[in-house]
Design a protein around this ligand. Sequence first.
Ligand code: NMX
Ligand code: MLT
Length: 432
Amino acid sequence: FQSLRVILEEKITVNRERVAKLRRDNGETVIDQITADQIVKGMRGMRALVNETSTLDPYSGIKFRGLTIPECQARLPKKHNQPLPESVYWLLLTGDIPTPSQAEELRSELASRASLPQHIEDMLNSLPKSLHPMVQLSIGVNSLCEGNQFDKAFKSDCKRADYWKSALEDALNLVAKIPRIAAIIYRNAFKDGKICAPSQSCDLAENLGRMLGWDDPNFFELLRLYLTLHSDHEGGNVSAHTTHLVGSGLCDVFRSYSSGLNALAGPLHGLANQEVLKWLIELWKIVGDNPTEDDIRKYVEGTMKKGQVVPGYGHAVLRVPDPRFLIELEYKKNYIQNDPLLNIVELCYKVIPDMLKQQGKAKNPYPNVDAGSGALLHHYGLREYEFFTVLFGVSRAIGCSASQVWDRALLLPIERPISLTLESLEELVQQA
Ligand code: NMX
Ligand code: MLT
């Protein structure tokens, strides 16, 4: 952990200088323009945020600190065939590929912080089982803010330049503890409430899998992939942006990310993975194990006729099949023989893009990450789809908390754009 802090300190000094130079030399340079359409259509395509951890290209997809996911799979320290989640976290925090010993140092540090205060476990155990798992997760993460390091620093005479140090402490605690919160929620809502303790020798994925109640190395391997795929998706998505926005008012990492989790819980965003599986199971019930393309078409037409979106398809930025979805399919091809639900996922991919193109509304007719993630979990026996977005939330803590450290490191100010009334927008377009 000490080495992580030292590396970050050096990088922060360099990057603060870059921000200062950028502002000094080009602070007034115009880099974009905003149309009236962008203002009324969710600021789509507007470049207006600084986020260091990852970038998203409409055609090549996500890059974590400049690396595609296949590059991460090839170059990051791994267990079996997938990157260790800790090595992804190191990469997002520092921009460097960790050495195996650095990944191990972070693994061991996070494992040592994995347990929860008893009163938080008691609080989680007292929540109604019927409360949606995402609400429980948001409550659990919010409650971690008690005694957070950032507030302590803020209330003491800590200099603003040093805020990132306490943000880092909190970020590490968030990533270390969120798997246990998730597992308690799962065990309470869907099993007998009993849960094993986190192990000091496991990585984040295996600890999560074991606390959920699995003892299957193949499932731990899938969780490693899952945590990597969902760890970050640049700064403009609804949950990352929410976390950044709330943090910009100098809220600690826990409360900022708890807000981000509520953002993730919308069905057009992270909850889509739950919606996809619900939709696929219903489809499977109707068409059976060996459907034809026509069977799928009929079912999708039904969804469209009801005026509903086809869950797992479309994206606000991507204009190609989501590379994360393609990696899910590849995982199926390499590791899973003949699973009827995953076969349906593949058949949907053959049929749905053409249907969405014909409908002519969606700018991207291709599958996103949620189109395949739930069916993979289902294969390994995790079938309670109301829990799926919680796993997305555990993964996204990695990217959102790393970004939060950098927000404080770069001394980014409170976010405060200006809104317009329709009347003032109409006046502005007349004057333009
Ligand atoms: N099925 C049917 N219609 C769609 C779909 C879809 N999958 N995707 C977009 N459209 C419609 C959209 O509702 C809109 O209709 P209208 O003009 O009547 O309002 C029109 O196509 C144009 O939308 P886009 O500009 O293509 O999409 P936008 O950027 O606004 O939204 C999503 C992106 C992802 C919200 C949208 O594609 C969607 O609702 N997809 C289904 C839900 C989903 O899978 N979400 C998960 C996203 C990934 N994640 O994990 O967060
Ligand atoms: C994500 O992973 O956050 C989703 O693909 C949504 C997005 O990028 O807007």
